[in-house]
Design a protein around this ligand. Structure first.
Ligand SMILES: NC(=O)c1ccc[n+]([C@@H]2O[C@H](COP(=O)([O-])OP(=O)(O)OC[C@H]3O[C@@H](n4cnc5c(N)ncnc54)[C@H](OP(=O)(O)O)[C@@H]3O)[C@@H](O)[C@H]2O)c1
Length: 371
């Protein structure tokens, strides 16, 4: 039987959270332990509209108590709930976690990181006032790293930003003649389409629109349109051709022009997206998750502005020789100025085969140092 210290329980909560995918919602994990540290239940947040991690762990424990008399005999008031992020205190699509914790009669709460959002935070105070023994924020390192970029995005009021890059072994995003469809395999493209399906908007540069004429839709494995479609956004001064495929994007009303921002500045693009009335997918009031699909010039601009929170790299076992660099225009003059990334274990990462390709999942290395 497993007996956990508070630290070990929080490590386990982080591991559970990392089974999820990054995006508009934070990765959160929760672990319930008995007074002697015995593991009772593990929970995690599985995406928008689903149970929060605390409620997920408590539901798992309730289910266990139905069938296991030993679990049913444990006094909840003597149990500790360990959560990587402060429990929420507001009613969104699911009820407040503070309510679920109180209803379960849990006596002690340990949380690692305060919730920075005005609407969701405050749960620790509410639970203290209700008589629970509350410890936190403990600053548990794994929990801080789990949500560092999400919290930064929230704190600055911008969407969480994911970027995508398909490249050859020698780091090319296209062959010398500009052809890039397709460098990577159907398995990689299926993963990339799943990512498209969970974002609110996709940004590409005019260079990609002119070279590839992308549809920028999220499609299922059989090529049919996914039920939720991201809003297409183009940045750059050149015009979008009259017959461009993205003009027929299902997120656009008949005759509606795509969101075209004649700018090279990611901050201006973010401001314009924030001002855009939508409608936004996923039932959101605004754009909370943005995907940068490139190409190489646009990707470099977002990376240089430190605005990429998560990077999916699909590397095909191919050499393209004198092709187009996968990221072009980053001002790195010496190794000391290299833009460094760190492996991201979320979503089954950091490295996984996808058909013949290799998928690498990364997040900025700078984030942890800035905590
Ligand atoms: N492998 C992949 O994952 C992938 C993905 C996408 C594209 N591609 C390939 O990439 C190639 C196109 O490369 P690209 O670099 O031209 O594409 P891009 O990054 O999509 O577009 C670059 C253009 O966008 C405008 N722009 C927007 N922001 C800018 C900024 N901050 N700085 C400078 N210009 C900015 C400029 O055009 P204006 O003059 O109009 O302002 C610039 O020429 C194609 O061969 C395509 O097949 C590959």
């Amino acid at each position: 039987m497993e007996h956990l210290t508070d630290e070990a329980a929080m490590d386990l909560a982080v591991a559970a959270a990392l089974e999820g995918v990054r995006g508009a919602n934070p990765l959160v994990g929760a672990v319930l332990t008995a007074p002697d540290g015995q593991l009772l239940a593990v929970g995690r947040h599985r995406g928008a509209g689903t149970l929060h991690a605390e409620a997920d762990a408590l539901a798992a424990w309730a289910a266990l108590r139905e069938t296991d008399p030993q679990a049913a005999a444990v006094d909840p008031a003597a149990c500790t709930l360990h959560v990587t992020l402060e429990p929420c205190d507001h009613t969104g699509r699911t009820g407040p976690c503070t309510g679920a914790v109180r209803a379960a009669g849990i006596g002690r709460l340990v949380y690692a990181v305060a919730d920075p959002t005005g609407t969701s935070g405050g749960g620790a105070q509410t639970l203290r006032a209700a008589g629970l023994d509350v410890s936190g924020p403990t600053g548990h390192a794994g929990s801080l790293a789990l949500t560092d970029r999400w919290r930064r995005a929230r704190a600055t009021g911008r969407p969480f930003v994911t970027a995508h890059l398909a490249q050859s072994l020698d780091g090319c995003a296209a062959a010398a003649d500009g052809t890039s469809q397709w460098i990577t395999s159907p398995a990689s493209r299926a993963h990339a389409h799943a990512v498209r399906g969970r974002v609110d908007a996709i940004v590409v540069g005019t260079g990609t629109v002119l070279a590839d004429d992308p549809r920028l839709t999220a499609r299922d494995d059989d090529g049919s349109l996914a039920s939720v479609q991201p809003v297409p956004v183009v940045m750059g001064h050149r015009r979008i051709p009259a017959g461009a495929a993205l003009r027929g994007h299902p997120a656009l009303a008949a005759g509606e022009e795509p969101l075209h921002l004649r700018s090279h500045d990611p901050a201006e693009v973010l401001a314009a997206i924030a001002a855009h009335p939508g409608p936004w997918p996923h039932g959101r009031g605004g754009c909370e998750h943005l995907l940068i699909e490139g190409g190489p010039t646009v990707l470099a601009a977002w990376i240089a502005a430190d605005l990429v929170d998560e990077l999916h790299v699909y590397t095909a076992p191919t050499f393209l020789g004198a092709g187009l660099p996968a990221v072009s225009g980053l001002a790195v003059d010496t190794l000391a100025h290299a833009v460094r990334w760190t492996p991201d274990s979320a979503e089954g990462g950091p490295v996984r085969p996808l058909g013949p390709d290799t998928w690498t999942h990364l997040r900025p290395a700078t984030a942890a140092g800035k905590e």
